[in-house]
Ligand binder design. Structure first.
Ligand code: NAI
Length: 275
């Protein structure tokens, strides 16, 4: 066994949904900067997709780095299938799939929640992750195991999935009922897929952000809530940065995390550690 200090060794191909903004964008940047061969950005925001795809080239550490992007909707299973197919058509392989696209809607108690808003949240945050995982797992099962050059004797992966959960995946949160339900669901899918696909050398994990300053936070009310939460509920007394989520995703997707599957990694300034 010869452990190495050569960074995260993420020299493969990343597909990231929600890759045009916030946390998804930071994840794409982190993989590019750590030596990924390719990034496939998937999102429904065309203008931002083009901008991020251009920017990524400046972060790239791998001379062979290439980026492609797809305007797609995670609520459509056929879009999720096509995103995987396009990745494989370009690079013959998918190494790291990160399901990050997510939405929220105006906060209100469950009794007052609009059915349309509830359905939209479920469609993107839960069904979108399910459809993405289905397409990704079918591909990961088909491809060969890739060994890490520095992990002698440790079996490699066929690839891995990282789902972006939330602090709301492990606690209830007033006025966020549908969002909370979907993020609990994402953790359930993550654990189940780890059980089903572990024997096939496919790892599936979740990274759960606490409150992170991204374009997800849009309204004055949300900003005020963020500050109050940081002051009252976060041991580190601040909200987080998208780069801090990306760092955890990078680690758990990397060969450094070769014996981690079915895990949920909270990145929340200690918030979920509180009773
Ligand atoms: P963001 O709003 O900056 O980015 C979300 C991206 O998802 C956007 O680019 C949007 O166009 C894309 N998207 C939305 N619906 C889509 C669809 N149907 N198909 C394809 N793309 C779609 O949000 P942020 O903060 O980067 O959030 C990313 C993930 O992190 C979400 O899953 C969110 O629930 C989660 N999260 C965020 C937290 C925060 O405080 N910002 C806290 C906990 C979890």
């Amino acid at each position: 066994m010869s452990p190495s200090n050569r960074g995260f060794e993420v020299d493969g191909v990343l597909l990231v949904t929600g890759g045009a903004s916030g946390i998804g964008r930071a994840i794409a940047e982190a993989f590019a900067a750590e030596g990924a061969r390719g990034v496939h950005l998937c999102d429904m925001n065309k203008d931002l997709l083009e901008e991020v795809a251009q920017d990524l080239k400046f972060y790239a550490a791998n001379p062979a780095f290439e980026v492609i992007y797809s305007l797609m909707d995670v609520t459509k299973p056929e879009d999720c299938e096509k995103a995987v197919a396009d990745t494989v058509a370009k690079w013959n392989r998918l190494d790291y799939a990160v399901n990050c696209a997510g939405i929220t809607k105006p906060r209100t108690a469950i009794g007052d929640y609009s059915i349309a808003d509830y359905q939209a949240i479920v469609d993107v945050n839960l069904s979108g992750v399910f459809y993405g995982m289905q397409a990704q797992l079918k591909q990961l099962e088909k491809q060969g195991v890739k060994k890490s050059s520095s992990h002698d004797g440790i079996p490699g992966d066929r690839g891995c999935i990282v789902n972006i959960g939330s602090i709301c995946g492990v606690v209830g949160q007033a006025e966020l009922g549908p969002y909370v339900a979907t993020k609990h669901g994402v953790l359930g899918l993550t654990k189940t897929a780890a059980e089903e696909y572990g024997p096939k050398n496919i790892r599936v994990n979740a990274v759960s952000p606490g409150y992170i300053l991204t374009p997800f936070i849009k309204t004055e009310r949300q900003f005020a809530a963020l500050k109050k939460i940081a002051d009252d509920k976060v041991p580190q007394r601040r909200s987080g940065y998208a780069q801090e989520i990306a760092a955890a995703v990078l680690f758990v997707a990397s060969p450094r995390a070769s014996f981690i599957t079915g895990a949920n990694i909270p990145v929340d300034g200690g918030m979920s550690a509180r009773a």
